[in-house]
Design a protein around this ligand. Structure first.
Ligand code: ZN
Length: 126
């Protein structure tokens, strides 16, 4: 990989990180607003609220789920940036193979070559 390519990946990763951090701020704001609304209570809309509760909980779980996924991605982005600095950006974490350029272009923060990623996928679904 050329230094120019590495620089491009680095910029891509930094832009992605910034975007995700922005999303996380939004999510945090939403979660806070939701818990405030719940603890304040709304007697006039009580029955409406009860009917709504199922979807409400679902939304909140979804928000937190998304939140932790994005935290994971931030972690992976930081790891990728460190690997760029160390000069082993395309080194798979699990085996001696290199991660292909195509794969890095699709998922610039991946830590695994395609073979290892497939192995992990299979393990998760077992
Ligand atoms: Zn591998």
């Amino acid at each position: 990989m050329t230094p120019e390519q590495l620089q491009e990946f680095k910029e891509k990763l930094l832009a992605l990180k910034e975007r995700i951090l922005g999303d996380l701020e939004h999510l945090k704001g939403d979660a806070l607003r939701n818990s405030f609304r719940d603890s304040a209570g709304d007697l006039s809309g009580y029955s409406l609220h009860m009917a709504d509760q199922g979807t409400d909980n679902f939304d909140r779980e979804f928000t937190f789920d998304l939140y932790s996924n994005e935290q994971d991605i931030i972690y992976m982005i930081d790891d990728a940036l460190e690997r760029i600095e160390e000069g082993n950006y395309d080194q798979c974490r699990e085996c001696p193979s290199k991660i292909s350029l195509n794969r890095l272009e699709a998922i610039p923060y991946t830590m695994l070559c395609i073979d290892c990623a497939n192995k992990f996928e299979r393990k998760r679904h077992r």
